[in-house]
Design a binder for this molecule. Structure first.
Ligand SMILES: [Zn+2]
Length: 235
């Protein structure tokens, strides 16, 4: 991961070790997500993806948002989770009906087990939990159903072309019991949550597996739209 960071990102990361309350986007004082970075994010953005359903992003995969996501995902800035989860609220509002019947179910796109361990937990599931809290506070009841998983057959997606990415995910993604919080009923409003979209392979695979289990995905929200050429990091 380090090789893909710019010198500025590296310096920002080092600064975070000393000053963990710096803005995740620009490294400025104040912590979380400063007003200037909020203004620069530009979302919600519709993302057009074949067979992936309505999708909206908080912003493009560049600048402060990219730095914040990399800090959160790869450099231990878990303190950014609430701010990044808050950025997903406008994309949810952009893709959902005005008054969805019943609670919205958020399904996090799964990470590889080894990657989640290295990061100190599943970073997308944590975002989804933060998003559910934000939506609830805004009057839209939401629950998280972490019903998708990747097993050990999943390879790191770095270096795979779109067809290989799709095959890698399709062979390794499984559905699991929803746990004590329950799971979506067949007619529930279900929204996929992910950090970055590049080819849409992850969102399509998630949709297909859920559909085979009689769960229909209404839409998807992602933090960063990297469909214009940049690529996402490892799952
Ligand atoms: Zn900032």
């Amino acid at each position: 991961m380090l090789s893909r960071m710019t010198a500025r990102e590296l310096l920002s990361g080092l600064a975070d070790l000393v000053l963990p309350s710096s803005c995740g986007g620009c490294g400025g004082p104040g912590g979380g997500w400063c007003p200037a970075c909020a203004d620069a994010t530009g979302g919600p953005l519709p993302v057009t993806l074949p067979r992936a359903g309505p999708t909206a992003a908080a912003g493009r995969y560049r600048g402060p948002l990219r730095r914040a996501l990399l800090g959160y995902k790869e450099r231990g800035r878990r303190d950014l989770a609430p701010a990044l989860a808050g950025l997903l609220v406008p994309p949810v509002a952009a893709v959902l009906p005005v008054s969805p019947p019943g609670p919205v179910w958020l399904v996090p796109a799964p990470s590889r087990p080894g990657a989640a361990r290295m990061r100190g937990g599943d970073h997308v599931a944590r975002l989804a939990r933060g998003l559910a809290a934000r939506l609830g506070a805004a009057g839209l009841p939401a629950r998280v159903a972490p019903v998708l998983a990747l097993d050990r057959r999943a390879r790191d997606s770095v270096g795979l072309d779109p067809a290989q990415r799709a095959a890698n995910l399709a062979g390794a993604m499984t559905i699991r019991a929803p746990g004590p919080g329950g799971g979506p009923e067949p007619d529930a409003v279900v929204v996929l949550v992910d950090d970055v979209v590049t080819t849409g392979a992850t969102l399509r695979t998630c949709r297909n597996i859920l559909r085979r289990n009689e769960i229909s995905v209404s839409a998807a929200v992602v933090l960063c739209d990297a469909t214009g050429g940049s690529r996402d990091g490892p799952r």
